[in-house]
Ligand binder design. Structure first.
Ligand SMILES: Nc1ncnc2c1ncn2[C@@H]1O[C@H](COP(=O)(O)OP(=O)(O)O)[C@@H](O)[C@H]1O
Ligand SMILES: [Mg+2]
Ligand SMILES: [Zn+2]
Length: 289
């Protein structure tokens, strides 16, 4: 919004006449302070820069439900941990490692934290999906692309708080391991805060005495992969130095919510059926008066 066109004489803020400063207090306590209009501008700018995906724009700590189907103690403690994290930041700078199955609200919670840090504390944050980030870095090697690897990585290294969503979601290769250790080690050395979400179990890689032959591959394929498998054991233990662990359990919110809605509708809507055939006659109440 600022700087404004000098020809434009309409004032936007009646409190500060668009100077950005306002006087508060009386008599000897009178002093000048930043006007809220500038604070709101800064908040908007920080929210834009945080790169919260459109799909998650609605996510706040205040609209995170702790009942998911049945009561879920892990969800209430996760929200408490998130609120405590926001309250204590930046005195306490350890990040969070949020672990749990798909759909329990890990991304929702991490976006809620970002929003709260921005709005309440004016902290610059950056949200990145792990797959998206690795894709952007890889893409920067492409000769026809104008950005360099460092241009992609610089904000990842520098942002005060980074969310790395779905850590481990990319098939691990030597390059993936190197890249993730470069990012995590740099942020660790610079004492910056990182919030991580992951669907993988927080366990070491599977030890197998089998060599890398057919049988070893078959063995690995037969068991669930762990975070250790996906990012390497050294990075998994580095994460534990950087973050407090938050475990979330429960059903996929989207499926429990859908079935809850359907059962609610069938309770409250006479004649409601889950299977509605096309062109079915609408119930009486739907007709125009
Ligand atoms: N406890 C919850 N309260 C409110 N919305 C939730 C909750 N858990 C999940 N959701 C919603 O369900 C969808 C999936 O959640 P998401 O955070 O993507 O799960 P995850 O990251 O664990 O896979 C999102 O739209 C999210 O806002
Ligand atoms: Mg997620
Ligand atoms: Zn103002």
């Amino acid at each position: 919004m600022y700087p404004r066109n000098p020809m434009d004489t309409t004032k936007l803020c009646p409190v500060c006449d668009d100077t950005g400063w306002k006087t508060i207090g009386e008599g000897r306590d009178r002093r000048v302070t930043r006007c809220d209009c500038r604070r709101q501008e800064r908040t908007q700018k920080l929210l834009q820069q945080a790169r919260i995906p459109k799909r998650y724009e609605h996510c706040e700590l205040s609209n995170f439900e702790m009942m998911n189907g049945h009561s879920q103690p892990s969800l209430s403690s996760a929200v408490l941990a998130a609120q405590r994290f926001v309250a204590e930041y930046p005195v306490e700078k350890a990040g969070l490692l949020i672990i749990g199955p798909i759909g329990v609200g890990k991304t929702h919670l991490s976006v809620g934290i970002v929003r709260e840090l921005v709005v309440a504390k004016g902290i610059p944050c950056l949200f990145y999906d792990y797959r998206e980030l690795l894709k952007e870095i890889q893409n920067s090697y492409n000769a026809s692309v104008a950005v360099t690897e460092m241009q992609v990585l610089r904000p990842i290294f520098d942002t005060e708080v980074l969310v790395l969503d779905e850590l481990g979601a990319v098939k691990p290769t030597e390059w993936v391991w190197d890249t993730v250790s470069h990012i995590l080690n740099t942020r660790y050395n610079d004492e910056r805060t990182t919030l991580i979400t992951t669907n993988f179990k927080d366990l070491p890689p599977s030890k197998t005495d089998l060599d890398d032959g057919e049988r070893a591959r078959a063995f690995r394929a037969s068991r669930e992969e762990t975070l250790g498998d996906r990012i390497g054991e050294r990075m998994r233990s580095r994460l534990h130095e950087m973050c407090k662990v938050v475990r979330m359990d429960g059903e996929d919110f989207r499926t429990t919510r859908r079935s809850a809605t359907i059962s609610e509708m069938s309770q409250h809507t006479p004649g409601f059926k889950v299977t509605v055939s096309r062109g079915a006659k609408p119930p009486e109440s739907d007709k125009e008066p």
